[in-house]
Design a protein around this ligand. Structure first.
Ligand code: KIV
Length: 285
């Protein structure tokens, strides 16, 4: 999705004028789906990564509650608090003037119903500067979504493997494998779209389910382990860049090996300090 382009560093010949960047909005995403243009969403948890992603033109940054696992070291997303999410969302929003910044509502801050959800989502927009919120689940979350949307808060849905329900699922497992479960996901997606959600994350579902849901609704689906036919794909920053250690889920493709790069850089620094090579005269006042 080419919503905006950064002026490059090239100096000559005189560059063709670049249209000024304008912030992406939720209608751009729907228009991208209509044009059949796939786009990406990437998670961000801090100012500098958000600024880089924004500069690179990534249209949607998700301050996911995966924050709890990849940044804060919890063993699931369940313990993440709204204050933790607000703190990190604020940093991301400061770094990303152009992308849509979506703040995840953490477990226990919206499941009680529309008024609890409105209070939490309002803080996410007013105090943290998010442009939208994401919440997990269908069923009762359809009415919650409708309430937030009526209030003027853009909502991204999340179906399939919804990690806040990991204790209910009995682990991080593919969802929607049998016909009845797939139909329930499809019905939830249609209901969320009718309630006014602007996009839906589909996590860990068979690719036929991703394809069926994507064809059935007008709003973009954003897949993570949902096959190639969703309208967009999302990956967690650490997984995408090869910063995660240990076994990776099947859907993760690391596009870099930053763990190795960082390891080499830290070793080089330590060894140059030990040898007295760093700092050299050029680094010294
Ligand atoms: O919290 C998160 O990062 C997410 C994505 C994996 C979609 O919900």
């Amino acid at each position: 999705m080419s919503v905006h382009v950064s002026p490059g560093a090239a100096a000559s010949p005189p560059p063709t004028p670049v249209p000024p960047r304008r912030p992406v909005n939720i209608h751009d995403l729907r228009a991208a789906k209509e044009r059949g243009e796939k786009f990406t969403m990437v998670t961000a948890y801090d100012y500098s990564s958000a600024a880089l992603l924004d500069e690179l033109g990534v249209p949607v940054l998700l301050v996911g509650d995966s924050l709890g696992m990849v940044v804060l070291g919890y063993d699931s997303t369940v313990p993440v608090t709204l204050d933790e999410m607000l703190h990190h969302t604020r940093a991301v929003a400061r770094g990303a003037p152009n992308a849509i910044v979506v703040g995840d509502l953490p477990f226990g801050t919206y499941q009680d119903g529309p008024s609890q959800a409105l209070a939490s989502a309002t803080r996410m927009l007013k105090e943290a500067g998010a442009n939208a919120v994401k919440l997990e689940g269908g069923g009762p979350m359809v009415e919650v979504t409708a309430h937030l949307v009526r209030t003027g808060i853009p909502v991204m849905g999340h179906l399939g493997l919804t990690p806040q329900s990991v204790n209910q699922f009995g682990g991080f497992k593919v969802q929607g494998r049998d016909d009845a479960a797939a139909q329930r996901l499809l019905d939830d997606a249609v209901d969320l779209a009718e309630a006014g959600a602007f996009a839906i994350v589909l996590e860990c579902v068979p690719s036929e389910v991703g394809e069926r849901i994507t064809a059935a609704i007008d709003i973009p689906t954003i897949g993570i382990g949902a096959g190639p036919d969703t309208d967009a794909q999302v990956l967690v920053w650490h997984d995408l860049l090869g910063l995660t250690s240990g076994r990776l889920p099947r859907f993760v493709k690391p596009y870099a090996d930053l763990r190795a790069e960082i390891g080499a850089a830290i070793k080089a620094f330590a060894s140059e300090v030990a040898d007295g090579e760093y700092p050299g005269p050029e680094h010294t006042y």
